[in-house]
Design a protein around this ligand. Structure first.
Ligand code: PMP
Length: 406
């Protein structure tokens, strides 16, 4: 890996040069979507300029080139996640699609009275598909509660697990609070009662490199757009035996072996789950994004982001009346906070006028907001291309907004 030099890294991101409302952009909404380096943009331009074609069908040269690049991206993703086989990697449109694909597949497997467990820290996309699955099957949804620090109460998890438990779903890192969940323990204990586990890695993958084999996880999902790749593409890793067992999610072209009006047989993995023309360019660019972040290196990324987190936390806590939600020691570079007597939207709106992008609201995690009895928070989320100077500007802007509003 190259030595970590944030000034050099920032040159890779054209968007970081732009101004917003007359100020240089400070982009602290990385947990919603990350920015895209030139190296990935170049791959997208090259695809549409030179070899745009449909894949897996044409004998012509462009189609072969596009197919090869797409399948090479699948292998890159396989290596990145340390999956045993490339056909255990299913291209999706993103985390939400991957979760729905698995939830749909379990309709045929679950029986009335079976139990599935989710965590209290979930994004709506890891709650609603399971509720819909429960409605279809009569299965029962149970929730691992959290504590004041925004960490899961693991003794409560132990008490929920039983031979009735068929599935457990949890995010690797919470998008609303940044808590890193003990997924190793969650997976091991679920397997002890014979339950399958899906881990939502949407927030983890920008910061850590998950090793699905070592984790022994059954399903792991993520989105490219949170890890320097484009929107509209993501990955579902599934253990081969599970992917064989689950029925296809969508019917269409590409996913069949043979079709007659009497009966259709499905293609093998991974194509069984990849009906229709996929986001070909997106998949190839996803591979390029993995190359980019691996070149920087996850250890360097974590070390640097940790410094940003510590620096920003200390500075923000000097503001009177400011409360941070999610204070677990085991967290990533996300700070969710409020200031006494001020609505989060008001702060977000004022600091946007100063060129600073943060997220305000419930972050698609209303149960967490309900737990803290708040309408939402202001969430600043840092990436490896952010700087302490940007944090200084952000904190100054928050103070200014507070003084205007109180
Ligand atoms: N899960 C978590 C934890 C997330 O943070 C997000 C995105 N905010 C999602 C799922 C959904 O990802 P996508 O919108 O890319 O499908």
């Amino acid at each position: 890996n190259m030595p970590f030099d944030v000034d050099e890294i920032r040159k890779d991101f054209p968007i970081l040069k732009r101004e917003v409302n007359g100020y240089p952009l400070v982009y602290f909404d990385n947990a919603a979507t990350s920015q895209t380096p030139q190296q990935v943009i170049d791959v997208i331009v090259d695809y549409y300029s030179n070899y745009n074609a449909n894949i897996h069908r044409g004998v012509h040269t462009l189609s072969q080139e596009a197919t090869d690049a797409y399948e090479q991206a699948r292998v890159k993703i396989q290596k990145h996640f340390n999956a045993d086989k490339s056909h255990e990697i299913i291209f999706t449109s993103g985390t939400t699609h991957g979760i729905n694909l698995v939830a749909n597949g379990f309709t045929a497997i679950l029986q009335e009275g079976d139990e599935i467990i989710v965590s209290a820290l979930e994004h709506h996309s890891n709650i609603v598909p399971w509720q819909m699955l429960c409605e279809r099957t009569g299965a029962i949804l149970k929730v691992i509660p959290m504590n004041e620090e925004g960490a899961l109460i693991m003794s409560a998890y132990d008490a929920l697990l039983s031979e009735k438990t068929k599935l457990v779903f949890c995010n690797h890192i919470s998008n609303a609070l940044g808590t890193i969940n003990p997924i190793e323990e969650i997976i091991t204990k679920a397997h002890m009662v014979g339950a399958a586990v899906l881990i939502d890695g949407a927030q983890a993958c920008p910061h850590v490199k998950p090793n699905v084999k070592e984790l022994d996880v059954d399903f792991y999902v993520a989105s490219a757009h949170k890890m320097c790749g484009p929107t509209g593409v993501g990955v579902l890793y599934g253990k081969e035996e599970w992917l064989q067992k689950l029925p296809p999610y969508q019917g269409g072209g590409e996913m069949i072996a043979e079709v007659t009006f009497e009966k259709t047989t499905y293609a093998g993995l991974p194509h069984k789950f990849e009906a229709g023309t996929p986001n070909i360019c997106g998949g190839i660019a996803f591979g390029a994004a993995l190359d980019y972040i691996n070149k920087i290196g996850f250890q360097a990324i974590q070390d640097y982001e940790h410094k940003l987190l510590a620096y920003a936390t200390e500075k923000l806590l000097q503001i009177d009346g400011l409360k941070i939600y999610g204070t677990s020691a085991n967290k990533t570079s996300v700070i969710s906070f409020n200031i006494d007597g001020i609505h989060p939207y008001d702060i977000g709106t004022i600091i946007d006028k100063l060129g600073i992008a943060v997220r305000t609201g419930h972050h698609c995690a209303q149960p967490i907001m309900d737990y803290f009895n708040i309408p939402g928070t202001i969430r600043a989320s840092f990436a490896f291309y952010n700087t302490t100077e940007e944090i200084d500007r952000f904190v100054e802007a928050v103070v200014k907004a507070k003084n205007m509003l109180l």
